[in-house]
Design a protein around this ligand. Structure first.
Ligand code: NDP
Length: 502
């Protein structure tokens, strides 16, 4: 593999040779041949890539599997999740939750002034410090193994200039993830807008913000921005949280609207202009009425999806098959690509969930298989997930819509309940959107097909149920389980009212 071009943040792979063909090729190119040969080259130092290469290293003694990880250069180690995703997002979400807790606290007797305000730079600095510590932690953990020491050598050599190195490898694993997209057809979008790669690292508050998009990234960002007191609007061109249970998605956005987030429903942006005042003027069309609208914002955040990092890899020259529409790599159940000895997993894999824990697990399993230690494949079914909106939403398994599509309306039974978290009572908080839905097969023991929960700490609630789900839990198991009182999770094991009953 020939590695070039530091600025593209990924490394080109114009050629690949089998281990024993390397020498011939070297003679024909004036490249410096590295002495090290590797069994595994992992391209990408995000959560998945690191997990894969570290797992490869675990087997070094027994199997002589030596791995090398080539990382991107934009943020150092950790990729999206650590630097511009899950971690800073969850911390800023926590900042917003604390704002609500401060209000609740007064009802619990805390003497707090009527007006409390939030300071973005303080939060940003604390979050940045934590992210940097994780980055450093990743390096420290890895310092003791060959993997990272070689990686440092490589990164250093790139830092010194555009050097090329030739490596001999048995297997290449691509885990380069993706980057947020900008819309291409909206004047001013890229020039004046920001994405999730920027929002978490702003040194000063983004101020009044328009968030375009209505999926995970959009709703989570809008949620914490409003939660820390900023004027926030979400522009939704079709539906919120596509692919999720739409009743649950409605509860999430209802809660946000009820707590002050504005929504421009069925609207598409046309252009963004920077006014002489520095404000950004956004023009958009309400597609239901056809009417055009304008408003000014301090920031416009594009959360319109993510594009895979494949272009700069030169995969077309190797014949690696990509999905033409998405640009992602077509992969098999064992993460293999159309070219032998090249594998891909994580966000870059076509049809794979764009989620850190699935990438980590898939990467570890792949390394074990490549090291000949296991044949276990990643199970991509029933991956639990949480949307960290102000009212959190967790789910595992099928949405009501998908269950109905697969099993028919009469083939499923839905147990559901609205509930009031105990902590909401004294604080006199509205619990209208706290809801549980368990989608089961109709008849028999009622195999659970999907479990959905909105409420405080939804991820903590759902993780344990996901284990049950993995074990094939049924409705009978659920109601045989003793609740932990008083919790929100116990409401799940109490659901007994069916939707069918009306
Ligand atoms: P998604 O691809 O999930 O959604 C894109 C959103 O942008 C949709 O609402 C889409 O609308 C809208 N959109 C796309 N193009 C335009 C446009 N030109 N104008 C207006 N709206 C547009 O992207 P995300 O960036 O939200 O998330 C990417 C992935 O990251 C997700 O798949 C998720 O797995 C992962 N993620 C996970 C998190 C977690 O685990 N908590 C948190 C954040 C991200 P439409 O539906 O009409 O196409």
């Amino acid at each position: 593999a020939v590695c070039t071009d530091r600025n593209s943040h990924v490394l080109s792979l114009p050629f690949l040779w089998k281990h024993d063909q390397l020498a011939a090729r070297v003679e024909s190119r004036p490249l410096k041949l590295r002495k090290n040969d590797y069994d595994l080259l992992v391209i990408g130092g995000g959560s998945g890539g690191l997990a894969c290469s570290k797992e490869g290293e675990v087997f070094t003694d027994e199997t002589e599997c030596i791995s090398l990880c080539l990382t991107g250069t934009k943020w150092g180690l950790g990729g999206t999740c650590v630097n511009v995703g899950c971690i800073p997002k969850k911390l800023m979400h926590q900042a917003a939750l604390l704002g609500t807790a401060v209000k609740d606290a007064k009802m619990y007797g805390w003497q707090i002034p009527d007006t409390v305000s939030h300071d973005w730079p303080t939060m940003a600095e604390a979050v940045h410090n934590h992210v940097k510590s994780l980055n450093w932690g990743h390096r420290l953990l890895s310092l003791f193994n060959l993997l990272v020491s070689v990686m440092f050598q490589l990164v250093n050599s790139f830092n010194k200039g555009h050097s090329e190195s030739l490596l001999s490898l048995f297997n290449i694993v691509i885990a380069t993830g993706g980057r947020p997209k900008y819309p291409t057809n909206i004047p001013g979008a890229a020039e004046h807008g920001i994405t999730s790669d920027d929002i978490f690292w702003l040194k000063k508050s983004p101020g009044k913000t328009l968030v375009v998009g209505a999926s995970y990234v959009a709703l989570e960002c809008a949620g914490f921005l409003k939660g820390i007191g900023l004027d926030t609007t979400v522009m939704v061109r079709s539906i919120a949280l596509r692919g999720f249970d739409q009743q649950m998605a409605g509860l999430v956005t209802d809660y946000m609207e009820a707590h002050g987030t504005r929504f421009a429903w069925k609207s598409v942006p046309n252009r963004v202009d920077k006014l002489s005042s520095g404000a950004l003027q956004v023009t958009w069309t309400d597609t239901q009425t056809g009417s055009e609208h304008k408003d000014t914002f301090d920031s416009v955040l594009w959360a319109v999806g993510r594009a895979p990092e494949t272009k700069a890899l030169g995969l077309d020259k190797l014949g690696v098959q990509l999905n033409k529409e998405t640009g992602k790599i077509v992969v098999g159940p064992d993460e293999s690509t159309s070219v032998p000895n090249i594998y891909a997993f994580g966000d870059i894999g076509e049809g794979r969930p764009e989620l850190t824990p699935t990438a980590i697990k898939a990467g570890k399993l792949l390394a074990r298989r490549l090291a000949g230690q296991s044949t276990e494949l990643m199970n991509y079914d029933n991956v639990p997930t949480t949307v960290f909106t102000p009212l959190e939403y967790s789910c595992v398994g099928l949405s009501e819509e998908e269950a109905e599509k697969r099993h028919g309306k009469d083939g499923i039974e839905i147990y559901h309940a609205f509930y009031k978290p105990l902590e909401f009572t004294v604080a006199e908080r509205d619990a209208s959107q706290c809801y549980i839905k368990v989608v089961c097969e109709q008849g028999g023991t009622g195999k659970i097909l999907g479990l959905h929960f909105t409420g405080p700490n939804a991820g903590e609630v759902a993780q344990g149920f996901a284990v049950g789900f993995q074990c094939g839990a049924t409705y009978s198991h659920l109601i045989q389980t003793v609740g932990i009182h008083p919790t929100c999770a116990e409401e799940v094991v109490k659901v007994h009212i069916t939707k069918r009953s009306g």
